[in-house]
Design a protein around this ligand. Structure first.
Ligand code: BJW
Length: 268
């Protein structure tokens, strides 16, 4: 691991076009659950089909909105961890470094990373389901009140909360995230694909690499000849493509790479 870490740091120090690609694992140490981890992942406790599809929202909008309110409340109470801060340090050290995330939280932004590309939308950008798909705002009651949770942080009772109505057209407001079967925002996908194709170093952190088309992004970097560094405590679908596979958590490994790439004595 030490040799690999030093090698990763060397690649980072000399790279000119860096992409940092993140998934739920980078926020795990902030207390935001991943999706597919055994026991702790959201999909081990909740049924994705009933919560994260347009059909689910159509069938039971109050259930879906309530679940996302619980998720939003958890993220609002979370803080960026040393992994997010290390990503920001990379964006400050490498001009033009690009951060692409599949995450719907705002922890990269709160850690100070500029211009984060969100492939799967945001918990904080609701929009209406009407034809115009107007951006919407949260009503005060749901914005400011973290609704009841059990001591373990579970939603109180699978609580249903009616979604607000769009002030422009009266349609239901929905979470501004990308559900299964939905198209990703075109501009985000283009930015991610073009950045990967132009990269000489691609850092993939905390993603299982199972969900498409996002999972295609690291593969684009590989085809473009970029070195790929993975940071993840578990094996993933991307292991085969990695130049260096650093087995460990984001909050431990990313600061260690940054410290090795730019030792304090060399920092400006
Ligand atoms: C750590 C760590 C630590 C832990 N440090 N690491 C076959 C059947 C059905 C569908 C499909 C199919 N094949 C392909 C599809 C399509 C589908 C898909 O890919 N499904 C697969 C699951 C099979 N894709 C879609 O539907 C996409 N849309 C689409 O294809 O549209 C086509 C279209 C074209 C034109 C018109 C219309 C349509 C949309 C996908 C949207 C994904 N949405 C979600 C939910 C977002 C909203 C929400 O948050 O609720 O996005 S699903 C979920 O997965 C979320 C994530 O962004 C995404 C990726 O997950 P991620 O980040 O990789 O998390 P995990 O949990 O999988 O992995 C965590 C990793 O962290 C693990 O490796 C851990 O080891 C690691 N880790 N602790 C570092 N401390």
């Amino acid at each position: 691991m030490d040799t690999d870490l030093q090698q990763a740091a060397g690649l980072l120090r000399t790279a000119r076009r860096v992409v940092v690609f993140t998934g739920a694992g980078i926020s795990a140490e902030s207390g935001v659950p991943t999706f597919r981890d055994d026991l702790t992942g959201l999909w081990s406790r909740f049924n994705a089909e009933h919560l994260a599809t347009p059909e689910a929202f159509h069938a039971d909008p109050d259930l879906v909105w309530g679940w996302y309110e619980w998720r939003r409340s958890r993220v609002r109470h979370a803080e960026p961890n040393p992994g997010h801060l290390a990503v920001t340090a990379i964006t400050r050290r490498v001009p033009g470094a690009v951060v692409v995330t599949q995450n719907v939280d705002d922890l990269h932004e709160r850690a100070g990373s500029p211009e984060v590309t969100h492939l799967h939308g945001s918990l904080f950008a609701p929009r209406c389901v009407g034809d115009g798909a107007h951006p919407a705002t949260f009503p005060d009651a749901t914005q400011n009140v973290a609704h009841d949770e059990s001591p373990s942080g579970e939603p109180a009772d699978g609580r249903r909360i009616p979604p607000p109505l769009c002030v422009s057209c009266g349609a239901l407001v929905r979470p501004g995230v990308v559900w299964f079967g939905e198209e990703l925002p075109g501009s985000a996908l283009t930015t991610a694909a073009e950045s990967a194709a132009a990269s000489d170093l691609f850092l993939t952190v905390g993603t299982s690499g199972m969900v498409y088309p996002a999972a295609e992004i690291p593969r684009i970097a590989v085809r473009a000849g970029a070195a790929v560094i993975q940071v993840n405590p578990q094996p993933t679908q991307l292991d085969l493509f990695c130049t260096i596979n650093l087995l460990g958590t984001a909050a431990h490994v990313l600061p260690a790479i940054v410290a090795a790439a730019w030792p304090p004595s060399t920092r400006g």
